[in-house]
Structures are given as structure tokens and as C-alpha cells.
Design a protein around this ligand. Sequence first.
Ligand code: HPA
Length: 278
Amino acid sequence: MIAHFSLEQIDEVVKTIQARTSYRPRVSIVLGSGLNGLADSVEKPDIIPFGDLPHFPVSTVMGHAGRLVIGELEGQAVFVMQGRIHFYEGYSMAQVTLPVRVMQRLGIEILIVTNAAGGVNPAFTPGDVMLITDNLNLIGIAGQNPLIGPNLDKIGPRFPDMSQAYDRALCDLARSVARKENIILQEGIYAGLSGPSFESPADLRFLRLAGADSVGMSTVPEVIVARHGGMRVLGLSGISNKANLDGSMVTTHEEVMEAGKHITPKIEKLVRGILRQL
Ligand code: HPA
């Protein structure tokens, strides 16, 4: 298990990417479970499988292709992670967040992060999209913060602020695009857990009491690392299932993948609208 990466190791990945693409994107997009389809809309792409990159972990989860798709969307150069790395796959926090470190050294300023999530807020329906306005870092509170270890002083401070993890101007932009496109955009707090087991009904009642609106197994470590390096972050949860607060429902990965098919077109519209105005 790799505890941390040096700047030199991160830059080896950066050099490999720069040798394979002439795009120099400002914006990156991480695609969550079942939301991979958006990468297929990227025009004139340079495609790099994670396995071709030094130090890069490979995605082992069904529904995560595991490749970089670097090309154009709405006339903007974009760096798309088609598939992400999760802590539950057995990778370290450093490995899970290496892609974000690489983005920072590539000069990418904006991270649009998407995920599939359970709807803890009873007002949410599967198929909804939720703008993430803040997160509950339960995995970090439990001692798994990706910044544990030597601080990369060239990238950011030892004790980074997290008071505005999700950029307010980007949230406003997402709201205005949603209005124009007639997309119902829910809003709320994303609780980040390790997974891979789904939550028990008692876990979910606890999360609801703690203020969570959606729950998933990713995103928070990536956002912490992004903010450490001063990137601006926009987060979108695709609500794939209703949280099982009373124990009457069963949650499956297949359900999450199926919901992704309905959520992807909405997220694509939102992302395209946002890219047009960046
Ligand atoms: N819980 C955790 N992660 C998830 C869920 C869920 O209900 N749905 C999709 N990802």
C-alpha cells in the first residue's frame, strides 16, 4: 500500500500524459458509477488507459472504464476521468487521490466531480441530481484523511481550510444552468463513507440526523486534495436509490448502474451549460 507520493512521482505521471496529448485543459471532470457515458461525448479525444500511466492505480469496479479521456466539450479542453479509484478497492488514500494531484501539476484549475449516491433526504427521488453544497467527511473523521503524511508544501498548506469546499460561484452557475435547461436540481450535503457495504438502516438514520442528504463511497478525499491545492470544485450527486432508512428496501450495484442511465443526460446538460460559461 502506497502511503504517499512525492512531487517527483506525481510529475512522472504528468510528463507521461503531456507526451500523449497536446491539450492543456483548465477543467477536469470525474465520472461516478454509471455516469461514464459522458466521456463518450468528448470530441477529438486522446485516450489514455490508467494502466499506461506510472504509479496509477487501475479501476476494478464494474461501470468504471478506467481511462483518461482528454479532448473538447463545448469548445473547452477537458480532462475526463472515465472511472475513478475508490478506497474500498483496497487502494490507499494517496492512490485514490493521485489523479487530483496530477490534475494540479497539469495546471487544471476547476474540478467537476460527480458520483452515484443514495438519497438520504426523503424528498429525493431516484434519478434526481443533487448539487453538493458541503460534505460530511465521515471517512476523514474516522482517521482516513488523504493529507495525512508529509505535506506537499509546493502545492498547499499543512492545514487547509474547508469552509467553502464547493465553490459558491460554480454552485450559482449550476443553479442558473439548471433553471435554463428545466432540470430540477436538488441541493444538499454529501456524506462520504468508505463502503463497499451499503449502509444499514441505523447508519442511514444516523446520517440523516447528522444532516446528510446523500451518501456515497467517494468524492470527499478527492475534494480535500483538490482544495489543498486551491482548485475550485463543483460537485454533483446522481441520486440512484432511496436510502433504506426503515429497512424495507434492498440496495444493489445493478440498481445504481441502471439509474445512471437516466441521470447521465441531465448531468451532461448541466456540465455542457457550465462549460459554455467558464
Ligand atoms: N449508499 C452508498 N453509496 C451509494 C449508494 C448508497 O445508497 N447508492 C449509490 N452509491
